[in-house]
Each structure stands twice: as structure tokens, then as C-alpha cells.
Design a protein around this ligand. Sequence first.
Ligand SMILES: [Zn+2]
Length: 476
Amino acid sequence: MKGQVFSTCPFFFVRHNSKEMKGIDINLGRKLTEAEEEYVYKHLRMHIEIEGDGEIRDLIEMPKSGRGMERDFRIGEIPVLFPCSEKEEAYREEGGHIVFNHDLIKSSFYLLSCYQEYATEERDAWGRYRYKDSIQAYWDMARKPIVNYYFEWMVEGIAKECEHRGIAYKKISPVGGPSVHLTHDLDTLRYYTWKKSLFRIAQVIGLRNCDTSRGRLAKAGCMSILNKLGLRHDEKTRRDPYWTFERIEDNEAYLGYKSTWFLLQEDGSKFGPDYRIDDEDVKEAVNRLIERGNEVGVHTTINTAKAADFKAQIEAIKSTYKGAKEINRKHFLSIDPDTMAREMEKGGIKVDCTLGFSEHEGFRSSYCMPHYLFDHEGQRTTEVVEIPLAMMDVTVLTHRKLIYDEIFLTVGEMLDEVRRFGGVFSLLWHNSTFDETYYPGIETFYEQLHSLFAQYQLKCYMTYESTKKYIGKTEK
Ligand SMILES: [Zn+2]
């Protein structure tokens, strides 16, 4: 029987890397604990309010599944992880009550808490959970916020139950309308260093790997050297393609948007920055951003794992920049949402923006809204709020090698979902992704992408300021 179960289970192919030996079942073949259920209800309560002291948990008749993921069951095109019947509707009316047909609380928990990542040990060279191991890849549905669909069905059912019982209710939103969350990681700021210029020349003559046109690279290499030798005097052509603070900020300000900038520090690894956070020119540029209403946080280094590391780096940023906030994005997006949540919380991080797949765009927790991170080991909801990352520039340009038209299509697909649910589209665009040598036409594309946000009439979601309001709503 067991064999049969696994032969139809979406996850049979990663079983050998699961933590089954430690008693952790990737198929979650048990009922949820009280803390796990409450984690989902905490988020669901932000979608519907009922009058008086009423509690939505008491209104819901939800089956509790003790079985694992056994089959590919769907309502419409939306997969339901823990179905409890053959019914193709989320709920039914029975004796004047709403009764749910499937365990939507457990299905929500599995995705929202990133349970699949907790239950496996398989990671890439940077310690990242891989898109190809995920259930979102199995379904090819990373762009669909499945949990938002579950919540929509549950809110609908609760609303109907309230009507039957004559209880007043109000559908509410944790976000306050479809929004865009704009972010920039400052990994590298200096294009014309000797090291980089010589590296480009080495690429042109075939001593180093090169994944762009050699002709364009040769031009960039020569220009780099001429710049270093001080032989180019035209201000416009001398412009450093990585020093893009004003260009980015002007483009955003024109559309009424502001953004969050993450500063990286040295940690002795070879993936450190090529600047110091207290370099005079960096201070001037970053302080200007803060003065103009943008936010600044910490881009914690590749080796950051413990609370003390998070704390030291955020303290360094705060002591250099008045107005910097306890917000984090990990370099290389190398986050383990379970262990890292505990350490970030202890280290004083309030908001994290790391949770996105590096190799594929989409919603890693299948939810297009901020949410708290769950500590599986400790069985509790942490105080760290995550703003899930929907798309990184490098993902679509380098890993997926999409052309601009394809990127517009994939972004459009996600924005349709964000508009439908009033969610957040979080974008990471590096300051260094404006190099026309590597990406011809990139500046125009970047501007058009922002025009698309404006066409969708997206509001601006600010990492710290908007999350403060979000936390206020959960504490009601
Ligand atoms: Zn980075």
C-alpha cells in the first residue's frame, strides 16, 4: 500500500533527501498541531472580520486530514494538497451550515510555512532550496499564489456562514490594494576597477569564460582601460554603469514610487562588495536616497547564519546611516526560512525580503502577500515578517535567459494575480543590471517595466513603513 501511495505522490523523487529518518515526513501524513493551525488562522483573520468577539475558527467546519499527499487533486486548475473527498467544490451547504470538503487549513500551512523546505535537506552549492525540488515546479505553478485561492474560498465560506447566522462581517485586506515593492541589492558599485577591466580583456581573448558577445565585450574592455588611464573625458560616456543611484531613483520618483536599498559588508568571503558602507561617495549617495524618502536595510553576507552576525551587520548599517531600518535581504538569496527565522528574530531583524526562488520567478510560499515566518522546530510563529520576493532581475535575464517580451508576459501573469487578490509584487533589480554591454536595451526595458506597474495602478509597498501597518493589523 505504501508503495502505491508514493508512486502517485508528487514528492517521490525527493524522498531520498527528506528528513524521514528524523521522523519528519515530507508528505505531512499527520494532523496539524494547534500551533500550526493557529499560524494559518492568524493570517486568515486578516482577510475577514466578524462582529463582536466572534472567532472565525468557531464558525468553520473544516475536516482535519491525517493523511499525507497522495494524489494530484484539483478544484478547477488549483491543486488541493490534502483533499478529504471527491467533491470538486471547496465547501457545501448542509443543514443550513457551510461544511468544507477538504483540509484547506493544512494545505495552506504546507505552502505558507515552507514546510517542504523544512522536510528536506537537498540544497544547492549556496545553501539554497532549489526550485526544481519544489512542489511549485512539479505543478509548474510558481506564478500562482495558491494560498490566496484557498483563503478566498475560506473567506467566501465564512461569509456565507455569517449570513446564515445573521452575523455581520467585513472582507478586509492585509495590504490595502495591489502594490509593487521595489528593491535594490548593492553588491557591486565600481565598474571601472583594474581587476574588472583586466577580467573583461581576459574574457575577450578567451582566458576566461564569456557568455556575451565578444565584440561588445571588447568595446567595454577597451573603454574600461581608457577610463582607468584617464584618456576618456566625455562625462556621458565615462558614466559608471554600476553607479545608477540617481537613474533608478529618478525613474521611480517620476512614477511616484520609492524603494528599499540593501547594503552589503565585507565578511572575508570572495563574494563581498567592492565598496565600504562608509566610503564618502557611497554615504553621499545613500543619504540622498534616505532624504528623499527611500528605505535602507542590510544585505547580509553569504556566511551570515547566526543571530550575532545579523545583529552586528544591522548595527553597523544603523550607526553609519541614520534612518536605516532592521530589514534584511540575504546575499545570493541563500535563506533557510525555518532556521534563519529564529536567528533573524534573535538578531533583531523585523522584516526579511529574501524568500524567492533564485532560478525561477514566482511565489515561493505560494502567497502574494507579506506573512510571518514559522519556526517548525520550535512550533511557533516568529515575529519576523517576510515580504516574499516575486522576481529577481538575474533570475529572468541570466538563469532563465528570457527575452524582454517573455519577461513582460511572465510579469503580466503575476500582476494579474496580484491585482486579483490585492497583493504585493516584490521586485529585486540590482544597481549593476544596467550594463548595455551585457544586456543591450536594458535601460529602455527597465523603464517600460515600471510603466507596466503604473498601468496596473500599483501602489507603492514600503518595506518598513508598510509592514508596520501590517503588523498593526495582526495585533488587533
Ligand atoms: Zn547580493
